[in-house]
Design a protein around this ligand. Structure first.
Ligand code: BV8
Ligand code: ZN
Length: 259
């Protein structure tokens, strides 16, 4: 299928109607139109002096817990203020048209769930599941960020109620393993699907970025939705170069026009 800019190829609409098992693999770009900064531009203000990949590590948390905790509280405040966008809603609606659909997200927000997606695998954890950095006891945060985590606010992480150690964000940092269940489920789904969408991800972070490769190797159709080029462009069967909140609703309308 040729790569298109705005129109949805008829062949792709037909592939969508015929699909039995779909994997929707998403990255920060799917939440961009909800006002949540993508990973690389999540570093405004104070963060511009830091490299996201350097902050999203256990070493950074050990060395500068207030900066790292403040950064995640700022991002959690963004996520709490954000609403799912038309891409999240279209992905949730797509699941109602196909026998099996799994969302596999690298995102740490809960916008897929809030849009109604029932099956969501979080490969990189969640902003909403902090835990003790020592005994791993879950920690409950208020649903509004206590000290307004303005850009660049240093905030001391709370102490674990069980053992007193610092509480850490419930995300997967660079150098940390992915949650085994989420990863094995995502791999299995990618190897058994007949269609995989890669939406709003730079396809740079591993092992998550392996998923489209596994789907291709298993003979699935791979479709990418991203306004920019990524390393996946040359292997995807179809590249829809546009914003997810614009492309995804048009994809569903092209496949099921009666709606
Ligand atoms: C592991 C949670 C080992 C935290 C994240 C060299 C080669 C290969 C691999 C490595 C290597 N060196 C190190 C590694 C491993 C490393 C890695 O992959 N590094 C990369 C940088 C090379 N991986 C790891 O460390 C992983 N763990 O390997 O463990 C191990 C094994 C056994 C035992 C022990 C250990 C863990 C990786 C997880 C890191 N955590 N997130 C947090 O969020 O703070 S990853 C983080 O980066 C985000 O989750 C995000 O998904 C990812 C990429 O960031 P972004 O680029 O912002 O986001 P995204 O990729 O989604 O890109 C945005 C895209 O959206 C862009 O393309 C843009 O064009 C597009 N877009 C913008 N607007 C829109 C849009 N698209 C559609 N619509 C729009 N409107
Ligand atoms: Zn503890």
């Amino acid at each position: 299928m040729t790569s298109t800019h705005q129109d949805i190829p008829a062949a792709l609409a037909q592939t969508l109607r015929d699909a039995q098992r779909i994997v929707v693999f998403t990255g920060a770009g799917v939440s961009a139109e909800s006002g949540i900064a993508t990973f690389r531009d999540a570093l405004t203000g104070l963060w511009s002096r830091f490299d996201a990949q350097a902050l999203a590590t256990p070493e950074a948390f050990r060395a500068q817990p207030d900066i790292v905790w403040g950064w995640y509280e700022w991002r959690r405040a963004q996520a709490l203020r954000a609403n799912p966008n038309a891409a999240h809603h279209a992905i949730a609606a797509l699941a109602r048209h196909v026998p099996e659909l799994l969302v596999v997200t690298q995102n740490v927000d809960d916008l897929h769930e809030r849009a109604g997606s029932a099956r969501v695998a979080h490969l990189h954890g969640s902003l909403h599941a902090p835990r003790c950095s020592d005994c791993a006891a879950p920690h409950t945060l208020s649903s509004s960020v206590t000290e307004e985590a303005g850009e660049g606010r240093r905030i001391a992480p709370p102490a674990c109620a069980v053992c007193g150690a610092p509480v850490r964000p419930g995300v997967v940092w660079f150098g940390e393993s992915l949650p085994a269940d989420a990863w094995s489920g995502a791999l299995r789904a990618a190897e058994q699907c007949d269609l995989l969408f890669s939406i709003g991800t730079s396809a740079l972070v591993y092992p998550a970025a392996e998923l489209p490769q596994r789907a291709l190797a298993a003979g699935a159709t791979v479709v990418q939705v991203n306004p920019a080029m990524t390393p996946l462009d040359r292997q995807a069967h179809c590249n829809l170069h546009g914003g997810a909140a614009d492309v995804m609703p048009r994809l569903l309308a092209a496949a099921w026009p009666a709606l």
